[in-house]
Design a binder for this molecule. Structure first.
Ligand SMILES: [Zn+2]
Length: 310
């Protein structure tokens, strides 16, 4: 049977050891295959793949070489602290390069034609990482690297990045906002960490659509505001590839966010993006995990998301 959706992961993503007291711990990833085992039909419908490691040249599509070398060297020394809430362990270089590589494999697959959609269950997450520094649990901007890879290596004309994590994708914005052919939509809680992402921050090329919203709104408001921003971002811009920063900390009950979305909203948003991608670009959707800090909830949300990608 032809499989259109891949579930991409890499065992090395579990080697980024932040400690169980850290919200971004390895149990988050383990919750996804655990939840997936409860849906045998979905499990059998997916193409299960182990991604590759991105190499330093690929990561340099979005990051400074000196920073990349520093991340590698710190892991080689056994790890340490990068900022107040971002740490490395001995396995963090392998984890972070695997995380980016899984998403690059998602791009390769989408462009090869058959498995046009994928979800990469990766950590550390990526959307806060800056060009020359780690930030907010993130080492490398997995999604931004993938967008530049799609443009520079795969020669795509236009890429759309959608970020529904409860936090502003400040790193992604910083890493892509100078290329007007990469458009970025981020919906996030406001005011909230990291404090960026005002609605009037459109980036230097006006290629950014920020949707800051208060917590505790009726859940359909988040879906409606997000879809409205996607419509504005794609007016006169037909993407060749859609990349999703799938943060599930926008679901009700997340310890690091106050949005109220439910699993049905994950289904709705995912289906809307798939149906638009069908019209734009043969249904190509490359999705990557960002936040989500209630592990069981994260597992259910990822499974719901993959079901809707099918
Ligand atoms: Zn987040």
């Amino acid at each position: 049977m032809k499989k259109t959706v891949a579930f991409i992961s890499h065992a090395d993503c579990g080697r980024h050891d932040t400690g169980w007291g850290h919200p971004e711990h390895v149990g988050r990833l383990r919750a996804i295959p655990r939840a997936l085992r409860n849906d045998v039909a979905l499990y059998e419908s997916l193409d299960h793949l182990e991604g590759r490691h991105a190499d330093a040249d690929e990561i340099a599509l979005a990051h400074d070489a000196a920073y990349i070398a520093g991340v590698r060297a710190l892991a080689a020394r056994g790890g340490g602290s990068l900022d107040a809430d971002t740490v490395e362990s001995a396995g963090s270089w392998d984890a972070a390069t695997a995380g980016a590589g899984c998403v690059l494999d998602g791009v390769d697959l989408a462009l090869a034609g058959e498995t046009v959609r994928s979800f990469s269950a990766v950590r550390p997450p990526g959307h806060h990482a800056l060009r020359g520094s780690a930030m907010g649990f993130c080492l490398f901007g997995n999604v931004a690297i993938a967008a530049h890879y799609a443009r520079a290596v795969k020669q795509l004309d236009r890429v759309l990045i959608l970020d529904w994590d409860v936090h502003h994708g400040n790193g992604t914005q910083a890493l892509v906002e100078h290329d007007p052919n990469i458009r970025f939509v981020s919906m996030h809680q406001w005011p909230w960490y990291p404090g960026t992402g005002a609605a009037d921050d459109r980036g230097p090329k006006h290629s950014v659509w920020n949707v800051p919203l208060p917590p505790a709104l009726p859940r359909e408001r988040y879906v409606g505001e997000f879809l409205g921003a996607v419509d504005r971002a794609t007016s006169g811009f037909t993407p060749d590839l859609v990349i999703i920063s799938a943060g599930f900390d926008s679901l009700a009950g997340d310890p690091l966010g106050g949005f109220t979305m439910e699993l049905d909203d994950v289904t709705r948003l995912t289906r809307e993006m798939v149906s638009r991608a069908e019209q734009w670009c043969g249904g190509r959707v490359v999705s990557a995990l960002e936040g989500g800090y209630a592990p069981d909830r994260l597992g259910e949300a990822a499974v719901t998301h993959m079901r809707a990608l099918l």
